[in-house]
Write a protein of this length. Structure first.
Ligand SMILES: Cc1cc2nc3c(=O)[nH]c(=O)nc-3n(C[C@H](O)[C@H](O)[C@H](O)COP(=O)(O)OP(=O)(O)OC[C@H]3O[C@@H](n4cnc5c(N)ncnc54)[C@H](O)[C@@H]3O)c2cc1C
Ligand SMILES: NC(=O)C1=CN([C@@H]2O[C@H](COP(=O)(O)OP(=O)(O)OC[C@H]3O[C@@H](n4cnc5c(N)ncnc54)[C@H](O)[C@@H]3O)[C@@H](O)[C@H]2O)C=CC1
Length: 445
């Protein structure tokens, strides 16, 4: 006879855990709770939907309560869990219609995700100040965009959400100012040699960049009208914040150990400091192979993998995470940028004797007259150990597969010297015999 496994949160991490238990360990009983009314909304499609690059949101969901229930789970939607008794192994919550839930568990999986960071500023309660995380947030923004009087939009935060939304709003015919306290866009991911290219891309499509500026307040009567920074004032009919996520870990109630940013501290099996309680996705830490330490990286990819791992361990089959590299990418008006591991800036800040090796070339052999684009690459490595710490790539060509090589290299702690003569295939349709990856590695001192 199996066990009762309660899952709190049924979005990407929760969905992965629930499906793994139902598919691979069906002898167990799964009971899931989610405060929201929908499951598995792919936020990554939000900008595409807002920017009208896809026809609607339907394809952005890949699971549902019904799909889980067909496989035997009990799913309580619109049910917020408010308290956990870790000694009695009970969770307590309330459904939207007032129904009280008191549910015992043998194993517990916390998949409560993250919340957008909300700055404490004057004017945050004005109309048309938006956060973008949920399906409902995207729907509200799209509804508001039907109002032609919303002509100018300020996007605060030039990270992944902000840059993607800046493109989406321009595609909607809106004027956009993109504000960030960092000196470049995408500062948390790329060195300035790369983020500068994205900045130019944004400007060439009409996005006004207000970098190195901190928002101090929002002004307006009922509706927001002005964003005031420490350096300037920007008129805005809508303000959208994308200044990062914080882990949603109130249910830890001081009982579960937390990482410095408040995420549940988990081991390689996703287990928290309380035995039999697992935490996955955006509410939990990851092991970052690039820095060989615990870290916090909020990505759907990490959420899915950690859900699979926790499900195995909760069901009694040991499965350990191999760690992550934080590999990610962005594509804006056809400019693709990808990175994995850490940037040179972050490596130096962390005290590594870090160096970078850069190379720029055509993707394919020069005689390929059509569809041949420039590619730029940076490999970051430790001059002392020679181990690769990170990589950044940028092109109009789809170079996305290349970054996986570096992700694996970092996971396996490969040295830059080993990469120099690494076997990379050549076919003119795809690349050159002197591949840019090889050339960047060979150029490393
Ligand atoms: C606009 C946008 C674009 C993104 N693009 C990408 C991308 O391209 N690639 C990528 O890898 N990542 C992307 N991300 C990040 C990705 O969406 C998150 O990393 C991912 O959603 C994390 O999944 P999760 O299940 O851990 O947490 P969440 O998605 O935050 O889900 C947590 C769930 O828990 C529920 N919950 C919370 N507390 C309770 C409670 N007390 N009781 C009951 N239920 C509760 C919530 O209702 C929610 O359904 C994007 C995010 C956004 C917002
Ligand atoms: N393509 C992808 O893989 C995507 C991933 N995501 C993930 O979702 C999470 C949340 O995304 P974002 O909110 O964009 O976070 P982010 O971490 O990507 O960017 C946040 C940005 O806000 C800036 N910032 C912080 N505080 C600020 C302040 N007070 N004023 C002005 N700027 C400020 C930071 O300098 C940073 O550039 C991230 O983990 C991100 O990786 C989101 C969208 C797309």
């Amino acid at each position: 006879m199996g066990e009762t496994i309660v899952v709190i949160g049924a979005n990407h991490a929760g969905t992965a855990a629930i499906n793994t238990i139902l598919d691979q360990f069906p002898e167990n009983r799964v009971i899931a709770f989610d405060g929201n009314s929908n499951i598995s909304f792919l936020g990554c499609g939000m900008a595409l939907w807002i920017g009208k690059q896809i026809s609607g949101p339907e394809g952005l969901f890949y699971s549902s309560r019904e799909a889980f229930e067909e496989k035997g789970a009990v799913v309580h939607m619109e049910t917020e869990i408010s308290r956990i008794d870790y000694d009695k192994k009970m969770v307590y919550g309330r459904e939207k219609d007032g129904t009280i839930h008191e549910q015992p568990y043998d194993k517990l999986i916390l998949a409560t995700g993250s919340l957008p960071i909300r700055p404490e500023l004057q004017g945050m309660d004005l109309e048309n100040v938006q956060f973008v995380k949920l399906y409902q947030n995207a729907r509200d923004v799209i509804q508001k965009l039907k109002d032609p009087s919303i002509r100018r939009i300020a996007v605060v935060g030039a990270g992944y959400i902000g840059v993607e939304l800046a493109e989406a709003f321009v595609r909607n015919g809106r004027e956009v100012v993109l504000i960030d306290c960092a000196d470049t866009c995408l500062a948390g991911y790329y060195d300035s040699e790369f983020s500068y290219i994205m900045g130019k891309n944004l400007e060439s499509h009409g996005v006004e960049l207000a970098l190195g500026e901190t928002v101090v307040k929002l002004e307006g009567r009922k509706r927001v009208q002005t964003v005031v920074t420490d350096q300037a004032r920007y008129q805005a009919d809508m303000v959208v914040f994308g200044i990062g996520f914080k882990p949603n870990t109130g249910l830890g109630q001081g009982r579960l150990k937390l990482f410095k940013n408040g995420a549940y501290l988990v081991d390689r099996r996703q287990e928290t400091s309380v035995a039999g309680v697992y935490a996955i996705g955006d509410c939990a830490t990851v092991y970052n192979n690039a820095i060989q330490a615990t870290d916090y990286i909020a990505l759907a990819t990490n959420a899915v993998r950690s859900g699979i791992i926790a499900a195995h361990n909760a069901c009694g089959r040991t499965l350990e995470s191999v760690g992550v590299q934080g590999s990610n990418g962005i594509s804006i008006w056809g400019l693709h940028m990808l990175c994995t591991g850490i940037s040179l800036k972050r490596a130096q800040k962390m005290g590594y004797a870090a160096a970078s090796s850069d190379y720029e070339d055509w993707q394919k052999a020069e005689f390929m007259e059509n569809g041949n684009n420039k590619v730029k690459i940076r490999i970051v490595y430790d001059k002392e150990t020679r181990i690769i710490l990170g990589a950044q790539m940028c092109s109009d060509y789809d170079i996305s597969m290349g970054i996986h090589l570096f992700s694996m290299a970092i996971e396996e702690q490969v040295t830059i010297d080993k990469l120099k003569l690494f076997d990379l295939f050549f076919l003119p349709h795809f690349n050159k015999p002197y591949n840019y990856i090889t050339m960047a590695a060979l150029a490393a001192r």
